[in-house]
Design a protein around this ligand. Structure first.
Ligand code: NAP
Length: 245
């Protein structure tokens, strides 16, 4: 049995570890991060060349099932996976960690996109902690506020004129996030609703400090695609012979 995992997440690595070596696993990474954390099993890096390229790869490598374990905001890849799996007639499962849920004391401002997040910053203060990743920085390029941008690799222009870059990758701790908000006198946090424990301490720290959080809502999962909420549930789907969800 050969399973293709579309990866780039903690959950994708955990799933590869849960299946390997009993099941042949190939994990696919986009190649965005210079030194990615690699999963166990086989790994391929780089785009497939759209839906047709992915469908061809699946056929050529005798893939029996595809698990889309990409980040909840990797919308293009998820839609490509849905169409390619249908084209190649292989089962597809989307592994999606649950989104974050606001708690008492949270001051969330939900928005539908990064552009909307940039507009929502008006009136929320001058010092912004931006944790939406380096790829979408252009949406904030015309913002007058000062930005602390945290990303794994250095971002490229365009970016806001007043930007300090902090190169770091999770998991992050509550103490570390508290300290960072204090040290940089942060007025507002911007995040995607990525979900998961690795990056959630910033939400806790913002709640404690009474800092508003602009939260970008998730894009939808392609229609008709079955989902699993954890690597364990996805591994169970494989062991059941790709049945149920
Ligand atoms: P995206 O916009 O949905 O995808 C753009 C293109 O990148 C796809 O059409 C595909 O190229 C290629 N691609 C994406 N994921 C791939 C994968 N796992 N393996 C091979 N090719 C892939 O993707 P994105 O949002 O830039 O995310 C890229 C990667 O970073 C994903 O693996 C994702 O899990 C990870 N990531 C994303 C975020 C985020 O906020 N978006 C955060 C953390 C990690 P072709 O059409 O040529 O196949």
């Amino acid at each position: 049995m050969h399973v293709l995992i579309l990866g780039g997440t903690t959950e994708a690595r955990a799933l590869a570890a849960a299946l390997h070596p009993g099941v042949r696993v190939t994990s696919s990474l986009a190649g965005r991060v210079a030194e990615p954390r690699l999963p166990v099993g086989e790994v391929r890096i780089g785009g497939f060349g759209g839906v047709a390229g992915l469908a061809a790869w699946v056929r050529e490598h005798h893939v029996d099932a595809v698990i889309d374990a990409t980040h909840p905001f990797a919308e293009t890849m998820s839609f490509n996976a849905a169409r390619a799996a249908a084209t190649a007639h292989v089962p597809l499962l989307a592994l999606r960690r649950p989104g974050w849920v606001p708690e008492a004391g949270d001051q969330w401002r939900p928005v539908g996109s990064l552009d909307e997040a940039a507009r929502a910053l008006t009136g929320l203060g001058d010092r912004v902690f931006l944790t939406t990743g380096r790829m979408g920085l252009a949406a904030f390029a015309d913002c007058p506020q000062w930005f602390l941008v945290r990303s794994v690799d250095a971002p490229d222009a365009p970016m806001p004129a007043r930007t300090e870059v902090l190169l770091d990758r999770g998991p992050f701790t509550l103490d570390g996030e508290r300290d960072l908000l204090r040290r940089h006198r942060i007025d507002v946090l911007v995040t995607k609703d990525s979900g998961g424990a690795a990056t959630s301490p910033k939400l806790h720290a913002a709640r404690e400090a009474g800092i508003p959080v602009v939260v970008v809502r998730r894009p939808p999962i392609p229609e008709g695609v079955r989902t699993a909420a954890s690597p364990e549930a996805a591994a169970a789907w494989v062991r059941r012979g790709f049945v149920g969800s």
